[in-house]
Design a protein around this ligand. Structure first.
Ligand code: A3P
Ligand code: MG
Ligand code: MG
Length: 364
């Protein structure tokens, strides 16, 4: 029997505000150019404005693309948490551990009809949540066959990564040659490389540990750990030509806002492009101001406070419901009025928690 948590109507979650914590980074890790895990910030990038008028399609034939058909579970996040716990000598105090992407789906649910599936397991008082990878793959194949797209990268996806390469430096500006800055258009685009921030944050009574990629930093990390970091999120979007484009963009801003809110990214830089992928202008958005800005225009109807309150109550419910070992499925069918929760494995933790992490926790 599945337990159900209502999603609609969003007005259910209106009215009040929930206490939220400011996300604080307490650890980080990188994937290098071969997507090899490194317990450091070596893949951090610095923002430096791109040249305009560049063709975002350029170099798509040499794109080095990460194969995301392989299920990476929570492995890198758990490695990073383990290393942190080795330092402090105690387990982290989170009630929930997951990737930022999972919480993005939850937060967006009241205003979005997207289907999703996740696996969750309770281990030593904490719920670990991963994406149900098989479902994601299935969904992607269905979408590909419907739109007739190849499984290979669509050009539009390349544009997103190309924009990142055009807007960042692998070292701070002062240590970067003019030659590099002027020739970023010739750099090979590689999305295997990533910097991931691991933060402690909170929704209502739930303490949440999230891992997620950040695209770049504006200046430098602050000297005091836990101080806000001037992260930059990079996005590309089609130029806004009319009312309908603005509506679509304001809907997209919800995802941008949620994604950045969750890791405490204060600034989003959008590279606007023509229909055929020429970078025409960049615009900076303050994450904090986005919900109000969208509400003021009144086109797309979403409410950031509802997203927060919904997530907070959902996490309360999840923590009350997952009270036993085994693997649980969190599922939302497309356009469904509720999120379902049911057990898929009676015992153990599936592949959500690595042996390495469990062996470490046993020692602790
Ligand atoms: P854009 O966001 O500019 O389209 P992120 O913005 O999260 O840093 O991701 C960088 C790029 O990865 C995106 O650039 C897009 O090209 C690709 N991408 C991210 N999420 C995606 C998704 N769910 N489906 C397809 N492409 C995605
Ligand atoms: Mg990114
Ligand atoms: Mg980005």
């Amino acid at each position: 029997m599945a337990l159900k948590f209502p999603v609609y109507p969003p007005s259910r979650y209106g009215g009040g505000t929930e206490p939220v914590k400011r996300p604080k980074e307490f650890a980080c890790f990188s994937y290098d150019k071969d997507h090899k895990f490194r317990l450091d910030d070596s893949s951090l990038k610095w923002y430096y404005p791109p040249d305009l008028g560049v063709d975002l399609s350029r170099g798509s034939d040499t794109f080095i693309q990460h194969d995301d058909s392989i299920d990476e579970h929570l492995d890198s996040l758990l490695k990073t948490i383990k290393a942190y716990e080795e330092q402090t000598g105690e387990p982290i105090d989170a009630h929930v551990v997951t990737w930022r992407g999972m919480l993005t789906k939850i937060m967006a649910a009241p205003f979005d009809d997207e289907a999703f599936e996740m696996n969750a397991t309770l281990y030593r008082g904490c719920i670990f949540i991963e994406e149900h990878h098989g479902f994601k793959e299935q969904k992607r194949q269905m979408e590909n066959s419907r739109t007739g797209q190849r499984i290979l990268p669509s050009l539009m996806q390349y544009w997103g990564y190309k924009f990142e390469t055009l807007s960042t430096l692998p070292r701070p500006w002062a240590e970067t040659s003019r030659d590099y800055i002027e020739n970023r258009d010739q750099e090979v685009v590689n999305n295997k490389e990533q910097y991931c921030s691991v933060v402690r944050t909170g929704f209502g009574k739930s303490i949440v540990c999230l891992g997620g990629e950040v695209d770049a930093i504006w200046d430098a990390k602050p000297a005091t750990p836990g101080d806000p970091i001037n992260w930059v999120e990079l996005k590309t979007s089609a130029e806004i030509r009319n009312h309908n484009d603005q509506f679509k963009f304001d809907r997209k801003l919800m995802r941008y806002w949620i994604q950045s809110f969750l890791l405490g990214v204060p600034k989003i830089i959008v590279g606007f492009r023509t229909q055929d992928g020429i970078l025409s202008r960049v615009e900076e958005f303050r994450t904090m101001s986005i919900p109000h800005e969208v509400q003021r225009r009144g086109l797309a109807k979403w409410d950031g406070n509802v997203c927060i309150r919904f997530t907070s109550l959902f996490l309360d419910w999840l923590r009350r419901s997952i009270d036993d070992e085994g693997v649980w499925r969190i599922r939302r069918r497309q356009k469904s009025d509720f999120i379902e929760l049911f057990k898929v494995e009676e015992v153990g933790h599936g592949s959500i928690i690595t042996d390495e992490f469990m062996n470490w926790r046993i020692k602790l």
